[in-house]
Design a protein around this ligand. Sequence first.
Ligand code: GYE
Length: 310
Amino acid sequence: SDGDGGGSAGGGGGDAITMGFAQVGAESGWRTANTKSIQETAKKDGIDLKFSDAQQKQENQIKAIRSYIQQKVDVIAFSPVVETGWDAVLQEAKRAKIPVILTDRSVDSKDDTLYATFLGSDFIEEGKKAGQWLVDNAADADVDKNGSINVVELQGTTGAAPAIDRKEGFADATSGDDSIKVVASQTGDFTRDGGKKVMESFLKSQKDIDVVYAHNDDMGLGAIEAIEAAGKKPGVDIKIITVDAVKDGMTALSEGKINYIVECNPLLGPQLMDLAKKVVAGEEVPKRVVTEESAFDQEQATAVLADRKY
Ligand code: GYE
């Protein structure tokens, strides 16, 4: 550490670890829970956290990372808003000998020496779980019983790992069932408002929608508003599948307005701080750490809702 005037919080006489964290934004319930987990764990572990919110803009994240390099933090962690375009700034961190931990989302780079480890979910697997549920519930999901299941897809932020991978996993899992067709697919930027607006336009342009597949709960919740405003019953007239399982999503699931949610765990703080301590101490860490998660139907959501922390 560069030692910013003593006052070490990390017992044993050593300086506290300073972490620069460049967050994506505050676009969703998932992100809010993720930020809280990181801030609370840093505090608990005596890690001096410098935190910035990039408002979903890559240029802001790059600026934040450059300022952390200048401040000579001990470790940089960030959740890359999109997959590509990181090599230059990551090379700057490498030259400054500051280790980088990717958290939640990964980068698409040929050079894996540019980061120490990546902690986060398997988004392709999440998309597959969503698609598999639809395959398993195809008869029920064909709401108008005309033999074709028309799906509209609300994609996450364009170019973001979870948007690319959740689309791919879903397409993969449903590819063997010819009755399932994605008839429209557009980004709602992972926000409630985005999901609502895109769903409004889908409801106008698509005559026969059986299913909404939203890449996160917030966009699904926005779609529910649009569906209700159009005089239809979400979860009944149009089935809804989402990803995340935050409290608002789980509430809608238990009320029957969503039909299935694939879990994506935002509580990455404890694992992130453990990895940071090891990386700063020069210990070896696995290059990839996958978080554990499950999925919920309406009954299961009702059972766990009261204990849901986020
Ligand atoms: O699913 C979504 C958020 O990167 C896993 O980002 C995260 C995603 C999450 O905006 O709600």
